[in-house]
Ligand binder design. Structure first.
Ligand code: SF4
Ligand code: SF4
Length: 387
């Protein structure tokens, strides 16, 4: 009989345990989790096989496993595991480790993996926006808290859109998109070891699969429903957060079009700050309320998790924390501006810019990157099937 030599990577096992899969050694491979998973396919289901690979230290098996990305982290498997091995957390920890390598430069992924990296992650945009503020004082007669000519508080007086906010965020956003694109290409390379994939007949062009995934899975969050009715609150919270991002992205696009397009077509020019009853402003505030609702629901859910079955990692808290920081500073800066409290308004707005930059610039290394990698994996599975 042919023998297969297994070389366990014990360092990888230790890293995986530190990253959130600390209970994986409790697994006695009963397969209850694979039966309990509502979204795993009948053919070679997950997450039992991943638990075996993890406890044996088979790093390459896990790195090239497309199923890691198909798991929706619902926790059904962990609820039913008789050993408290927390398979959902192990899947999540393994994903975090894989995409730490996928996304370059990996030093940022290292900083993002624990609270120890937070000071440097914060310091980078804090220095950047402080430099902008300092340089702009030169254009405002040395004033750090200048008023517009008509006496109003206008944030653009310091953080001037055309030369600071717009170019900095454009470079940040497209830079993050490029890094994610490179990461997705690397992920596809990982999925391609010889004989792993079964290509099923003729398939549609890739963009049609992207369209199908967006329409059938992302817009409806259908897989969350497949995870069972008791997980419906999680689906509602995720959808509120997702659609709040859609609304706020739409508002940003309208404001940018009004600002830049208005230079060419004066009829579509949009002045900021907008009055509270202006439709675009109303939409922005609706988006903000949806964001707060989704955030509160997800934060409560995380706080209520029973650590015996599922725990929250730094990645989970980082993402929730940074979105909270963006939302709270966004609302507070608006309130201070309306109250005509100029110093708090500018200081809070400065922190708002720091947190928004952190959200976008570190997106490829954060848990939000899962969204992109999972979507890519779902498209890949639809194109090529899975062995
Ligand atoms: S993780 Fe739990 S349910 Fe899954 S195989 Fe191991 S012991 Fe069984
Ligand atoms: S967390 Fe949910 S989707 Fe992921 S393996 Fe467990 S049951 Fe399946």
């Amino acid at each position: 009989m042919a023998q297969v030599k297994i070389t366990p990577d014990m360092e990888f096992v230790r890293e995986l345990q530190c990253a959130g899969g600390e209970s994986l050694k409790k697994c006695f491979q009963c397969a209850t989790c694979s039966v309990a998973c509502p979204v795993a396919p009948a053919n070679n289901p997950y997450p039992r096989k991943e638990m075996v690979w993890a406890s044996w230290g088979l790093k390459e098996k896990l790195r090239t496993d497309i199923d890691l990305w198909l798991c929706h982290n619902c926790g059904n498997c962990a609820d039913l595991c008789p050993r408290g091995a927390r398979p959902a957390d192990m899947m999540s920890a393994a994903r975090n480790m894989v995409y730490k390598d996928l996304t370059q430069p990996s030093i940022i992924g290292k900083w993002m993996s624990s609270a120890k990296g937070l000071p440097i992650l914060f310091a980078i945009p804090a220095i950047l926006w402080m430099l902008v503020w300092w340089i702009r004082t030169g254009f405002n007669d040395g004033q750090w808290f200048p008023r517009a000519a008509d006496g109003r508080i206008v944030f653009g007086q310091v953080f001037y859109g055309d030369y600071t906010i717009d170019p900095i965020f454009m470079i940040t956003f497209f830079g993050a998109c490029f890094i994610l694109y490179r990461g997705v290409m690397r992920l596809f390379e990982l999925f391609k070891p010889e004989g792993k994939l079964l290509i099923i007949g003729k398939t549609k062009p890739w963009f049609m699969h992207v369209y199908d995934v967006i329409v059938e899975e992302i817009i409806t969050h259908k897989k969350f429903s497949d995870c069972g009715e008791d997980k419906e609150n999680r689906k509602t919270a995720h959808m509120a957060l997702f659609y709040s991002f859609v609304v706020l992205a739409f508002v940003t696009a309208v404001v940018a079009a009004g600002h830049w397009g208005g230079k060419v077509i004066p009829a579509i020019k949009l002045e900021t700050p907008m009055p509270l009853i202006f439709p675009v402003k109303i939409l922005a505030n609706i988006g903000m309320l949806m964001l707060l609702f989704g955030l509160a629901a997800l934060t409560l859910r995380r706080m209520k998790l029973n650590p015996k079955y599922q725990a929250s990692s730094f990645y989970d808290w980082y993402l929730l924390g940074i979105i909270w920081a963006v939302a709270v500073t966004g609302m507070l800066s608006q309130c201070f501006r309306l109250m005509d409290a100029i110093k708090p308004a500018f200081v809070v707005y400065y922190f708002h810019l720091v947190f928004v930059w952190m959200l976008f610039a570190y997106l490829p290394w954060s848990k939000l990157g899962h969204f992109v990698y999972r979507t890519a994996a779902l498209v890949y599975v639809r194109m090529y099937g899975r062995s």
